[in-house]
Design a binder for this molecule. Structure first.
Ligand SMILES: O=C(O)CCC(=O)C(=O)O
Ligand SMILES: [Fe+2]
Length: 347
């Protein structure tokens, strides 16, 4: 019951609805005296067309685009992914509907105080942590026998089936992209997929960002890179918020409603020996409108050894990363100490 009470008092959705002054733990430390909501330029983010990647006459050019995108930004938008715009809208809709339910309905799926899975606010891992202005629903998708179905909303009625269908499709897209990434570096096409494994961990994080009274000082998500191999983000159709860091400058990501935003995580940075960049990103808040997104993380099998591909190591470019297993646990230990986790595995 204590854990439940804590969740109620800490839901940012309720704070926003009640017009409550955000507690100090939400305020960003060390943003160099600058405001977080200062205007930033838009990324001219590469758009990769899966149809062009498949067709023999266009694939070489599209692979080059993919390689450039991942070695400069670490992200791109993918179109022609085989899901209709109306299906993407349906996913956005079930997610919006879930967060719009009364608190009692959502709390049927509340996470436990010390566990990430389920509905709740940002998890506090360290005393010094700035807390994100977001509520989330976090679910394991794969392996299917690790699903904790008690956390999967029964309402709206088509939530479970829609999420299942979406993530089946994304896993195919992920396999396809991991092959394409290897091909773009002239590697054997299964090179990254073999490290990823046949029993990967796939998780989904529904992010809900209510309007925030202090966008100048409070972030929806603090700067981080993902622990995944690949992350797929279904952005809100109307409200921007995501920004990527490049050369110490922040850039906004434009919305393309029918596209998925793909970024590589730390584990692809390792496998590619640093050629592909796991980008640091953050989410800014705004005073006016809520924002809903869905991130799906594709994470290599935890028993697999992740390491730079042999062909990407040479005398002039030695291995930049140690071999790792279960990078996700390393990630959280470092995150707890406020450090960038990938630093732990750099040589
Ligand atoms: O909501 C977003 O735009 C990004 C969320 C994100 O970076 C994450 O869930 O890891
Ligand atoms: Fe992220």
């Amino acid at each position: 019951m204590a854990a439940m009470a804590e969740l109620i008092s800490n839901s940012v959705q309720e704070m926003a609805t009640n017009g409550q002054e955000p507690p100090v733990k939400y305020f960003s430390k060390g943003n160099d005296g600058g405001v977080l909501d200062a205007p930033v330029p838009l990324i001219e983010i590469p758009v990769v067309d899966l149809g062009l990647l498949t067709s023999p006459s266009t694939s070489a050019q599209e692979l080059e685009k993919l390689k450039l995108a991942l070695s400069s930004w670490g992200c791109f938008q993918v179109i022609n992914h085989g899901m209709t715009s109306s299906f993407l809208d349906k996913i956005r809709e079930v997610s919006k509907q879930f967060f719009a339910f009364p608190m009692e309905e959502k709390q049927k799926y509340s996470r436990e105080a010390d566990s990430i899975e389920g509905y709740g606010n940002d998890m506090i891992l360290s005393d010094h942590q700035t807390v994100d202005w977001t509520d989330r629903l976090y679910l394991t998708i794969s392996p299917e026998d690790q699903r904790k179905i008690k956390f999967w909303p029964e309402n709206p009625k088509d939530f479970r089936e829609t999420l299942h269908e979406y993530t089946v499709k994304l896993q195919e897209t992920n396999d396809f992209l991991l092959r394409a990434m290897a091909r773009s570096l002239n590697l054997e096409e299964s090179c990254f997929l073999n490290q990823y494994g046949e029993q990967p961990l796939v998780t989904a994080r529904f992010n809900f960002y209510p309007p925030c009274p202090r966008p100048d000082r409070i972030l929806g998500v603090k700067p981080h890179a993902d622990a995944s191999a690949v992350t797929f983000l279904l952005q809100d159709k109307e409200v921007e918020g995501l920004q990527f860091l490049k050369d110490n400058e922040w850039f906004r990501v434009p919305i393309i409603p029918h596209a998925l935003l793909v970024n590589v995580g730390d584990q692809v940075e390792i496998m590619s020996n640093g050629i592909f960049k796991s980008p640091v990103h953050r989410v800014v808040t705004n005073t006016e409108r809520e924002r809903n997104t869905l991130a799906v993380f594709c994470i290599p099998e935890s028993d697999n050894e992740i390491k730079p591909a042999d062909q990407l190591i040479s005398e002039t470019r030695p291995s930049l990363y140690k071999k790792v297993k279960d990078y996700v646990s390393i990630y959280f230990q470092y995150y707890q100490q406020g450090k960038r986790p990938i630093e732990a595995v750099k040589i």
